[in-house]
Design a binder for this molecule. Structure first.
Ligand SMILES: [Zn+2]
Length: 87
């Protein structure tokens, strides 16, 4: 593995680091629901882009419900397994 021959000076290091600063994220108010959202992207809260529905929120709600159900089922099976082990 190659090793740098010379130590970089403080000024050269800082010159390189001058481009490392992060840009502030810009948020706009969604015209439909009024939530703060990223510009030029689908609103995460109402699923619209340019006042047109792009993501159906029913499917999103379903998936959230399904996830909750799956968690409940997983917890139940864990408890059942514990009871079986105890017996
Ligand atoms: Zn919205």
């Amino acid at each position: 593995m190659s090793v740098p021959t010379q130590r970089r000076t403080k000024s050269s290091r800082l010159r390189r680091a001058s481009h490392f600063a992060l840009k502030k994220t810009i948020l706009i108010k969604c015209p439909k629901c009024g939530q703060m959202a990223l510009p030029h992207r689908v609103c995460e809260f109402c699923g619209t882009y340019k006042d047109r529905p792009v993501i159906s929120l029913k499917t999103r709600a379903k998936t959230a419900k399904q996830k909750a159900q799956e968690r409940k089922e997983a917890a139940k099976t864990k408890e059942e397994n514990k009871e079986i082990k105890k017996k």
